[in-house]
Ligand binder design. Sequence first.
Ligand SMILES: CC(C)(COP(=O)(O)OP(=O)(O)OC[C@H]1O[C@@H](n2cnc3c(N)ncnc32)[C@H](O)[C@@H]1OP(=O)(O)O)[C@@H](O)C(=O)NCCC(=O)NCCS
Length: 157
Amino acid sequence: MALTIRPATETDIQPICDLVNGFAERNLMLHRTPAQVRHALRDFLVAEAPEGVVGCGYLAHLSADLVELRSLAVAAAYQGSGLGGLLVERLVDMARDRGIGQVCALTLAPEFFARHGFERVDRWSISPKIWGECVYCPKFHVCDEIAVLRLIDPPSH
Ligand SMILES: CC(C)(COP(=O)(O)OP(=O)(O)OC[C@H]1O[C@@H](n2cnc3c(N)ncnc32)[C@H](O)[C@@H]1OP(=O)(O)O)[C@@H](O)C(=O)NCCC(=O)NCCS
């Protein structure tokens, strides 16, 4: 299966929205508008297959040392073959290259993140900025998301 993970470009904006919003319709993640994706474009990675974008995720900068991994999604046909994990590792690499020491996420899949070195943390122990988007969430008053955090080793070279 020929797959490339690369930084997102303008032409990926609509495919990213289509992928993410398909899962958002099932309350698995937050919706993204084209304007939101364009605003964060330099922080997005996509996984590209011959038929187009089949995976994505991005880093939201919450503070000088903390990013949040958001909009992580893999198309159903590609799930379970390691692509989600690969996207996480590439996003962590991107954070490390930017000198960031911590990456967090709010997730319904803490076991998936645990496999990639994330630990469950008290949601209130992370920067309050992580909750900045929660007002847009349909589950705002009945939040079932779990906060996870990974400390990033500095570059070895
Ligand atoms: C979560 C997601 C990105 C994982 O992508 P993936 O390519 O399937 O991930 P990988 O192949 O690297 O890892 C798959 C493993 O993670 C586990 N996993 C996937 N989703 C999970 C979930 N919601 N809860 C717990 N474990 C999960 C799978 O069971 C699988 O385990 P196995 O190898 O023992 O069968 C993908 O399932 C997805 O896009 N889900 C819908 C959108 C979503 O929920 N995104 C939110 C993530 S915060």
